[in-house]
Design a protein around this ligand. Structure first.
Ligand SMILES: *[C@@H]1O[C@H](CO)[C@@H](O)[C@H](O)[C@H]1NC(C)=O
Ligand SMILES: *[C@@H]1O[C@H](CO)[C@@H](O)[C@H](O)[C@H]1NC(C)=O
Ligand SMILES: *[C@@H]1O[C@H](CO)[C@@H](O)[C@H](O)[C@H]1NC(C)=O
Ligand SMILES: *[C@@H]1O[C@H](CO)[C@@H](O)[C@H](O)[C@H]1NC(C)=O
Ligand SMILES: *[C@@H]1O[C@H](CO)[C@@H](O)[C@H](O)[C@H]1NC(C)=O
Length: 335
């Protein structure tokens, strides 16, 4: 063997043993959301950056960070030229990140929310719920529900956040979210519908941007080849985010299996799907399940050609169009 061949072999051996070391230390890998190691280490590869709350130079929207409880915080937003004498709709928003990563505080969501509140002229609360795997579901659902309850407690004068007390119209409250956050928004709206206590608000509607729904079996015209391709990662996300779940047909991730779905607590639902997203069939399936259940409301799916999963929080021209569409939806425009 020549020297260089020996070097190549050595490099390959070292590389291989490192790969082995990595793979044996690894408990599971859901790149780029999370990698979890046997010693308890957790690595996230996206959604962890922090940008401070600010007055946005482009839109003039203001934001600030607040504590809701020991467990939950939020970034809240007020559009430019807000006026105490003319209250505006209130949006409670849940970010995506596969239940494992993301926050209201990173650049993507800061941009998205600044743009949403400015285009729609709404007050927004972007919820910082706790993440798996340190806090497996249902913690994220509980935190999100606690955040909504705190927000609406302002409608009865039981809390004192001035941006909510002074500017929000509690007769026009909306939920919204993307990907895992869309899943959370749906589940929070289910609780609104099933909760019989007087909430003091009207939940007008909800928009779901590429909502994270799934199930054990392919549905309708879902491409079976693609279903199988995605099955492993979708199962891995759900099983690790919610180890105590009943599985992929848990109504929390497969709302079509929810016997209570007709109780969804709002009357207008807008679902936005990227035309190339393998998950988009689940948005149509969700719509079908709502209609079949005799839920008393209006639901629409917008299928945006050429776009992928969660395109709506980005900067593309079609994402900007979607923000305009949502803005109109939040102002009682058609679904
Ligand atoms: C915070 O969450 C923990 C469990 O994760 C719970 O035991 C505790 O009661 C919560 N605290 C508040 C103030 O909600
Ligand atoms: C809100 O503010 C009022 C007046 O300062 C105070 O009396 C009340 O206790 C506060 N309520 C809460 C829930 O903090
Ligand atoms: C399903 O997806 C595969 C892989 O992307 C593709 O090759 C195939 O043509 C698709 N089938 C249908 C019926 O769309
Ligand atoms: C699963 O449920 C059991 C029994 O309620 C509980 O003891 C355990 O802590 C739960 N595990 C997780 C990861 O939440
Ligand atoms: C349906 O609603 C009832 C009444 O609130 C509740 O007890 C039950 O757990 C719900 N079922 C599911 C699958 O969520």
């Amino acid at each position: 063997m020549t020297i260089s061949a020996r070097i190549v072999l050595l490099v390959l051996l070292v590389f291989h043993s490192q790969l082995l070391a990595i793979s044996t230390d690894l408990l599971y890998d859901i790149y780029p959301f999370v990698r979890v190691y046997k010693d308890g280490r957790v690595e996230r590869f996206t959604g962890t950056d922090f940008v401070p709350a600010s007055i946005d130079p482009t839109t003039g929207a203001q934001s600030k960070d607040i504590e809701i409880s020991h467990n939950v915080s939020a970034r809240i937003y007020l559009p430019k030229n807000s006026n105490k004498y003319r209250k505006i709709p209130l949006l409670v928003y849940f970010h995506g990140g596969a239940f494992f990563t993301g926050s209201p505080f990173n650049q993507v969501y800061q941009n998205h929310l600044n743009s949403l509140v400015s285009k729609a002229n709404v007050v927004a609360v972007s919820v910082n719920y706790r993440l798996a795997p340190e806090h497996p579901l249902p913690v994220g659902y509980e935190d999100s529900w606690a955040a909504l309850k705190w927000v609406i407690s302002h409608s009865k004068g039981n809390a004192n956040e001035t941006w909510l007390k002074d500017y929000a119209d509690f007769g026009h409250v909306y939920l919204g979210g993307d990907s895992a956050g869309g899943n959370i928004a749906h589940n929070v709206a289910m609780r609104v519908g099933l909760d019989k206590t007087d909430q003091g608000i009207v939940l007008d509607g909800m928009f779901l941007n590429s909502p994270h729904f799934w199930g054990k079996k392919p549905i309708g015209n879902e491409n079976k080849t693609k279903f199988i391709k995605l099955k492993r990662v979708m199962e891995s996300i759900w099983i690790h985010a919610y180890p105590n779940s009943t599985g992929l047909d848990d109504p929390l991730v497969n709302p079509a299996k929810d016997p209570n779905i007709s109780s969804l607590g709002c009357k207008r639902v807008l679902i936005i799907e990227g035309g190339n997203d393998i998950l988009k069939g689940r948005g149509f399936y969700y719509k079908k399940s709502l209609i079949k259940s005799k839920w008393n409301g209006v639901v629409k799916v917008v299928d945006v050609k050429g776009e992928g999963h969660d395109f709506g929080i980005g900067n593309s021209p079609k994402a900007k169009e979607m923000v305009n569409h949502i803005a109109s939806f939040l102002n009682q425009g058609e679904v």
